[in-house]
Design a protein around this ligand. Structure first.
Ligand code: NAP
Length: 247
């Protein structure tokens, strides 16, 4: 039985895959979720070649029966879950870009719903489903993949470097996810569970695009660090590479 069991949603590529690599440890079993099982199995083969003790489950964030199946999987195999990384997410448009999805006045409402469904409602639902198993961990860690673009403070500050970089649908969904972090951390403040939001950096992935300054090899560090926080580590915060960010 591994000492720690971790679940990373959207672990077949991008930051989720990199975080699985970064969690490599003799004590940790890393289970990646992938909506396409074939792609997940290809990723799993790479993880195992790299020495990660890993497995894959078919998992679509927006499919509630997959949430139940994930619960059953961790419950029957491990009777607990130590680390949940709510990583899967969608941009809802091209980054960088100036499409209507990035405008508060023009955003198509169906697209706003779709982005919130993946980036917010499904994250809340999955966390609720798995929380009974995380409560069985001696040191539960929940990491919500947010973004600096979800910071209300920086979005509203004319002196902030993101001020002129508006991505309404995406930013609003990440701001909502940040609020989930704050509320859940408050509820769990007297438990062994820590809940934090991560900004990985602007990273070269399919979502981040080629212009991103950060290489993929650096992109999993914030998630991995928050997933392995020591007992005296923070909870209810928003971090990038160990530095706090404003909400
Ligand atoms: N890259 C950046 O610069 C950056 C910056 C800040 C925050 N983030 C956040 O970091 C997280 C990962 O981003 P990334 O750059 O790695 O994005 P990515 O390269 O586009 O990968 C997204 C991952 O999420 C999965 N996914 C999307 N919708 C899903 C669903 N409904 N169910 C299950 N999996 C789903 C994708 O699976 P498929 O392969 O099946 O599509 C893929 O594995 C996201 O939450 C993103 O908002 C990224």
């Amino acid at each position: 039985m591994p000492q720690k069991v971790a679940f990373i949603t959207g672990g077949n590529r991008g930051l989720g895959f990199q975080t699985a690599l970064d969690l490599k440890s003799p004590e940790t079993k890393v289970i990646i979720g992938s909506r396409d099982l074939k792609q997940g199995e290809d990723a799993l083969a790479k993880l195992r070649t790299a020495g990660v003790d890993a497995d894959v489950i078919k998992f679509d964030m927006t499919n509630l029966s997959d949430h139940k199946a994930a619960y059953d999987y961790f419950n029957s195999k491990y009777d607990r879950l130590d680390i949940l990384i709510n990583n899967a997410g969608i941009a809802g448009g091209k980054f960088p870009g100036n499409g209507p999805e990035h405008s508060a006045s023009d955003v198509p409402l169906d697209l706003l719903h779709k982005v919130f469904e993946t980036n917010f409602f499904s994250q809340v639902a999955l966390t609720k489903s798995l929380l009974p198993l995380i409560k069985k961990s001696p040191a539960g860690r929940i990491v919500n993949l947010s973004s600096i673009l979800g910071s209300l403070t920086l979005n509203a500050d004319p002196n902030s470097f993101i001020y002129n970089y508006k991505t309404f649908a995406y930013s609003a969904s990440k701001a909502a996810l940040n609020d989930f972090t704050v509320h859940l951390a408050y509820e769990l403040r007297d438990t062994n569970i820590k809940v934090n939001s991560a900004h990985p950096g602007w990273v070269k992935t399919d979502m981040g695009g080629d212009q991103a300054p950060m290489e993929i090899g650096e992109g999993g560090k914030t998630s991995a660090e928050l997933a392995t926080l020591p007992v005296d580590g923070p909870t209810g915060g928003f971090f990038h590479l160990g530095q706090p960010l404003p909400w």
